[in-house]
Design a binder for this molecule. Structure first.
Ligand code: COA
Ligand code: ZN
Length: 300
């Protein structure tokens, strides 16, 4: 246990990855109230929305209003996805200070998700990242489907390293190695992330797990054992990806916080406040949420 990180940074992706895949569209005011409660819970990194095509993701068509309505929260970094120059321009106009570009380690998924090959996506991102950095924004890069792809099966670790390295070479400061369909096991994490870490420093890597098969927390432990200290999670376990059918919610932030608290690893997040944030969304979506901690504290 001595080798595990003493503290972990949680990137809260519920307002983006979570809400983008909910059938019910959530009103802008509710999204902002949700985000406000996430801030109150102590989350310091919140992915608030996406400047993508509103036809591709209608749930986040109000990105401009959400970004402009974000609370003044010193010490909190809000970010938004931006897949191309148009997205970046909207992001800059909205005042948000951090964007994320997103490609994948699987060609088929990239094509379905953003209608580009991986190489095309990297060619589109290069000027977007330069322009963002020149405008004083910071940039995160996602490598979706880094372990298993619905269309292509097992993903080669060499591909994950290659795409991650190219994103870092462009100037992103963090790469989120992502299990978009939630099918990875700890062995996949040791193999793929362990391989990536031979070339890329661990402080440049975040891990993004979904919990479709119930392996997300086990995968976090594998990541911790590799020395990774940044994990994405979604309040209540909201989420999925509209372009990855069958993908269920992200790892629930509550469940991650509970486990890390219990392990003595600091997160700065207050579990009871976080549950309040999720409850606000649950009542709007009119359904129970997958998070175990949320369910424990909200018995039907
Ligand atoms: N913001 C708003 N609108 C955008 C946009 C952006 N960032 N990028 C493109 N559009 C609009 C274009 O203006 C165009 O509109 P029109 O039909 O009214 O003329 C339309 O979207 C199509 O644009 P095009 O450049 O031909 O892109 P495309 O159809 O090949 O789609 C993406 C490419 C990347 C824009 C689109 O696939 C997308 O937004 N995907 C996001 C998927 C996602 O968020 N997945 C979840 C994250 S894992
Ligand atoms: Zn995701």
């Amino acid at each position: 246990m001595a080798a595990l990180p003493e503290k972990v940074t949680i990137i809260e992706v519920g307002p983006r990855d979570g809400l983008q895949n909910e059938k019910e569209s959530v009103p802008t005011a509710t999204k902002l109230a949700f985000i406000g409660k996430l801030v109150e819970a102590g989350l310091k990194h919140i992915e608030a929305t996406s400047f993508v095509s509103p036809k591709a993701v209608p749930q986040l068509a109000d990105a401009m209003e959400v970004a402009r309505g974000l609370p003044a929260a010193p010490g909190v970094t809000f970010s938004a996805l931006a897949p191309n120059e148009k997205g970046l321009d909207r992001a800059i106009e909205s005042g948000i200070r951090r964007i994320a570009v997103f490609t994948a380690a699987s060609e088929s998924f990239t094509k379905k998700n953003i209608n580009m090959t991986i190489a095309e996506s990297l060619a589109v991102f290069a000027p977007v990242v330069s322009k963002a950095l020149a405008a004083g924004l910071s940039v995160r890069g996602y490598v979706s489907t880094s372990f298993v792809c619905l269309y292509e099966g097992d993903i080669a670790k060499e591909k994950v390293l290659d795409v991650s390295q190219r994103l870092l070479d462009m100037g992103v400061d963090e790469v989120a190695i992502s299990d978009t369909i939630g099918a990875a096991s700890p062995k996949d994490v040791f193999d793929t992330v362990g391989f990536v870490l031979q070339r890329i420093p661990r402080d440049k890597i975040a891990l993004h797990f979904h919990d479709t098969y119930g392996t997300a927390l086990a995968n976090v432990l594998a990541g911790l054992q590799l020395g990774i200290a940044t994990f994405d999670a979604s309040a209540g376990g909201l989420g999925g990806c509209p372009y990855a059918p069958g993908a269920s919610g992200n790892l629930a932030t509550e469940d991650l916080v509970y486990m890390l608290d219990r392990m003595g690893i600091a997160t700065g997040v207050q579990l009871d406040k976080l549950v309040e944030a999720s409850t606000l969304i649950a009542s709007r979506l009119n359904r129970r949420l997958p998070s175990r901690q949320w369910q424990r504290l909200n018995r039907a």
